[in-house]
Unconditional design. Structure first.
Length: 155
């Protein structure tokens, strides 16, 4: 056992190793055949290759995002909805698309369990502004609790 009067723990306890003397190289500076772990740093070429791969991945993600937006420049958001009765929901939506173009938006009415209880294809545009508002009424097969724009496609 150790001496209880000693307040300094032994140097090899709790995962600590004693530091080598300054004149003796550390374990990771020694070659494996000399009892060290060898070089732990990656070669410069490997680091350059890793950073190039990361840059390429970021560029690819950026290109995919841009190409998706270019392929479908029409976006829509629900501004508000109002349940009129058990058979109708009124949805106000805001559609953004290039001026002069047309699109077709799919508006859905959903029940409390998120089941689709009504759908409507709405032709929008052309408009001289980039963003326009539209108000549509979707007929439902049962009481709806919300109205959503499922998506829009160029028309």
């Amino acid at each position: 056992m150790s001496d209880p009067s000693s307040s300094v723990p032994p140097a090899d306890r709790y995962g600590r190793r004693p530091r080598p003397a300054p004149s003796v190289p550390a374990d990771d500076e020694l070659e494996p055949e000399d009892g060290g772990r060898g070089r732990t740093r990656l070669p410069r070429r490997a680091l350059v290759a890793i950073w190039a791969a990361i840059a390429l991945a970021v560029a690819a993600v950026g290109y995919l995002a841009w190409s998706q937006h270019a392929a479908n420049p029409v976006t829509a958001d629900v501004v508000s909805f109002r349940v009129l009765d058990a058979e109708r929901v009124e949805v106000e939506m805001q559609v953004s698309m290039p001026p002069g173009s047309t699109a077709v938006c799919t508006v859905e009415a959903l029940s409390e369990s998120y089941a689709q209880v009504g759908t409507l294809e709405v032709p929008v545009g052309p408009s001289d502004r980039q963003t326009s508002r539209y108000e549509v009424t979707v007929r439902t097969s049962q009481l709806a609790t919300t109205g959503v724009v499922e998506g829009c496609r160029p028309g």
